[in-house]
Design a protein around this ligand. Structure first.
Ligand code: MN
Length: 475
């Protein structure tokens, strides 16, 4: 990196007027603010990169130049492992994350096509994926090296609209990837192609901007191009380039583009692989991608997301929160905010902050929240004076405002997450906890104690770092 450090916020491109940061700008910004760790060359691709990334998870992003097993490449990880970082990369305040995401998902901005794209600086047609790219192996029982931060972009054969999603991609051969396609938009596009007797063209984009990464996880109807949501997140159209051999538009500023085809009528073994709930997804016959071409920047950065790490959890969590907040607020406008807590894998534990208006209303909110997404397993509702981003504060509310014989809801035999191993293939129980203060209680009874002026104390100014401790504590 030879560009100057950028301590302040730098827009992606003054030409396009975007306010978010591109991947390299964001990395330089992290470095300039002491949040980017650089590994010595030779860190092993097998377990070494993931181990180091896990140790730094949530505190520093990681860049690994010339790893062992991928000497010509550079790996980056943990770039977006805190929600404040995500907001910072998008050029907004942390409190604005959900409203901004809601706005972007509701009002996408069409991309603009450019003819010259950095992601196509180098073209590789003689392909051996593990020689070409530094692809790590993460967890002990993973079946091998995996591409985990690749945006899979494909086009609906029926409507021509693009879809963007992230799938775990097992490196199965020199030019073959195994893909897990859950029953969502990509699988629907693929099934349509397969029924017509065709493969489905795909592009896998590695090293995309923070806005593209977050937008890819939007829970929006089929035939919404998530790149257009990335455009709206940055406040201006995203620049895209046409693939060399496929009719697919990819973010022009990305690092690596793998062009290939999801093969019709082909399934081969994939897995096991360490997934977001901190368990292995099992080995099974899954879809196969044949790679035709790889294009990259000069000296591309290979982004990897370690399964179950904060980067993985938060990327999925924020768009889900935005969708859940939409759904719940449509019924209960007095719900102020929601949070999918990292301790609940950013999927299973929902904290709801609200101002209850009627006796019993909190239980209705709990039922509404369960309906908003089947992954939600436990809901805790708290008052407006409880910070839902602080798990200890939520626990305090449960400790002091909850009585299990009347404030608890348990629902048996409902649909949950198949990746929760305590369920029977997703069939399991829900629990709701009303940890709000009784609505008719005298206000002083539930008033949290506070020291006037505590928050405003300027610690560095007040504390005497030069004090002589010996003089103060003389016998
Ligand atoms: Mn979609």
């Amino acid at each position: 990196m030879n560009a100057p450090d950028t301590p302040g916020h730098q827009p992606e491109s003054t030409k396009t007027g975007r306010r978010d940061m591109g991947l390299r700008t964001w990395l330089r910004h992290l470095a300039a603010t002491q949040r980017l760790a650089v590994a010595r060359p030779g860190m092993p691709l097998e377990f070494g990169v993931a181990g180091l990334a896990n140790r730094l998870d949530g505190t520093r992003a990681l860049i690994v130049p010339r790893p062992r097993g991928g000497e010509n490449g550079t790996v980056v990880s943990g770039l977006l492992s805190r929600r404040e970082w995500m907001a910072e990369a998008l050029g907004i305040e942390p409190e604005a994350l959900l409203p901004e995401f809601q706005r972007a998902a509701a009002c996408p901005i069409p991309s603009i096509e450019v003819t010259k794209a950095p992601c196509q600086d180098l073209v590789h047609e003689d392909i051996d994926l593990t020689r070409l790219l530094p692809i790590p192996t993460h967890n002990e029982h993973d079946s091998g090296a995996y591409i985990t931060a690749g945006l899979m972009i494909c086009r609906d054969p029926r409507t021509g609209v693009q879809n963007v999603s992230i799938h775990r991609l097992q490196v199965s051969g020199p030019r073959e990837l195994g893909a897990l396609l859950l029953p969502r938009h990509t699988l629907s596009y693929f099934t349509a192609a397969e029924e017509a007797g065709n493969d489905l063209e795909v592009a896998i984009v590695i090293g995309a901007s923070p806005a593209c990464m977050l937008a890819s996880q939007a829970i929006v109807p089929m035939d919404v191009d998530e790149l257009e949501i990335a455009g709206a997140l940055g406040g201006a159209p995203l620049e895209v380039a046409r693939c060399l051999g496929k009719d697919i538009l990819v973010p022009a500023e990305s690092e690596i583009v793998i062009e290939g085809r999801l093969l019709a009528n082909t399934l081969r073994p994939e897995g096991p692989f360490g997934e977001f709930p901190q368990y292995y997804g099992p080995r099974a016959d899954r879809h196969v991608i044949e790679v035709d071409c790889v294009t990259t920047r000069q000296s591309p950065l290979f982004h990897t997301i370690v399964g179950g790490g904060l980067e993985h959890l938060i990327l999925g969590g924020i768009p889900r929160e935005a969708t859940i907040l939409n759904t719940v607020q449509a019924m209960f406008p007095n719900v102020r905010n929601v949070h999918l807590a990292p301790g609940g894998t950013c999927r299973y534990h929902l904290y709801v902050q609200m101002k209850p208006r009627h006796p019993g209303e909190v239980k209705n909110v709990i039922l509404g929240a369960f309906a908003a997404h089947y992954d939600i397993k436990h809901v805790v509702v708290v008052d407006e004076d409880v910070d839902i981003f602080d798990a200890e504060m939520v626990e305090w509310a449960i400790a002091t405002r909850f009585q299990a014989d009347k404030d608890l809801i348990v629902i048996s035999g409902s649909q949950g997450s198949k990746l929760d191993p305590s369920t029977d293939e997703g069939f399991g129980a829900k629990m709701g906890i009303d940890a709000t203060a009784a609505i008719d209680a005298p206000p002083f009874r539930f008033k949290r104690i506070s020291v006037p002026g505590e928050k405003e104390i300027d610690i560095d100014n007040v504390l005497d770092v030069d004090a002589k401790i010996g003089d103060l504590l003389r016998d």
